[in-house]
Design a protein around this ligand. Structure first.
Ligand SMILES: [Zn+2]
Length: 293
């Protein structure tokens, strides 16, 4: 049995057999194989886009400071804007606007829609969402294959745990809902500043606020969970929220046991299945609707 080495870089963990530190660190900042040539296919960003991304990095930095965690900016060359033709090469079915590619450690956004201009707030919101995945707690396992190539298994991003089989992929919906709640919290905190800097009109803001976002349902559901936990444990809602938010970036999940204690046996297991299919989501919602007192 070869030695299993584990290296920690901020809130990123990379482990592997006989793995050297340099190789582990390289994994976090090197492009791997992809149908996209990230450097060449990436569109040049406008001055506004560069400023938005800088602001988002600042906002995330403030969040990390509050949590007493070290922060590293999401490098702008790790946020790739593509035209639709290039984006389609990724063969992505689930996400049409932007995605975080853990394998290449890169954020890819589809700049090809005409709405990019008219609905910029939605696009910027989608990119902030992916930036949160980028700076979330992560754990990766590098496996040396017989032909000497390295296989990368992503074990965790934020709350989402990945296993070899689909049934071992857990907390996907919970992680997406949490990520969107963090996005909305950050945008709300910096609302005035953003409105001034980017000339956001009242109509533009209203449209953004009143439109249901992609993970609206999960976010709404988690908000409700937080309320119920706070109520039943006599804690402040803000305190429960803070712990949940921190877990996304530290990987700490112990506090989720509170859900089990407060909302009943099996509730965590059931919650972990949110986000995989309409059928599984329904089961989750049905379960949590029950008054389990
Ligand atoms: Zn996401």
């Amino acid at each position: 049995m070869e030695n299993m080495n584990e290296y920690i870089f901020g809130n990123k963990v990379v482990k592997g057999q006989d793995l050297e530190k340099e190789k582990a660190e390289n994994f976090l900042c090197h492009f791997k194989n992809s149908p996209i040539n990230f450097k060449e296919d990436g569109l040049e960003k406008t001055a506004e886009e560069i400023k938005v991304l800088n602001d988002f990095n600042d906002f995330l930095g403030e969040e990390f400071e509050e949590m007493n965690l070290p922060f590293k900016d999401v490098p702008q060359d790790r946020i790739i804007f593509l035209n639709s033709e290039s984006f389609d090469k990724l063969g992505e079915k689930e996400f049409k606007t932007a995605l975080y590619d853990n394998y290449n450690n890169v954020i890819v956004a589809n700049h090809g829609y005409e709405e990019w201009e008219s609905k910029r707030l939605f696009w910027y919101k989608a990119i902030l969402h992916e930036m949160i995945h980028f700076v979330s707690f992560q754990k990766n396992l590098l496996i040396k294959k017989e032909d000497n190539r390295t296989q990368i298994n992503n074990l965790r991003v934020g709350y989402r745990g990945r296993g070899k089989e689909v049934k071992n992929d857990i907390f996907k919906g919970f992680n997406e809902g949490m990520t969107d709640l963090i996005v909305m919290d950050i945008l709300k905190k910096h609302k005035e500043e953003l409105a001034l800097d980017f000339n956001i009109s009242k109509e533009e803001e209203e449209e953004f606020i009143s439109t249901k976002k992609q993970f609206y349902e999960y976010a709404f559901f988690i908000n409700d969970l937080i309320k119920r936990i706070a109520e039943k444990t006599d804690k402040d809602e803000g305190e429960v929220w803070k712990k949940m938010k921190e877990g996304c970036f530290t990987g700490e999940m112990m506090h989720l046991r509170e859900i089990e204690r407060v909302l009943g046996k099996d509730s965590l297991k059931i919650l972990s299945r949110l986000g995989y299919s309409d059928e599984e989501n329904k089961k989750v919602y049905d379960f949590f609707k029950l008054d389990r007192d």
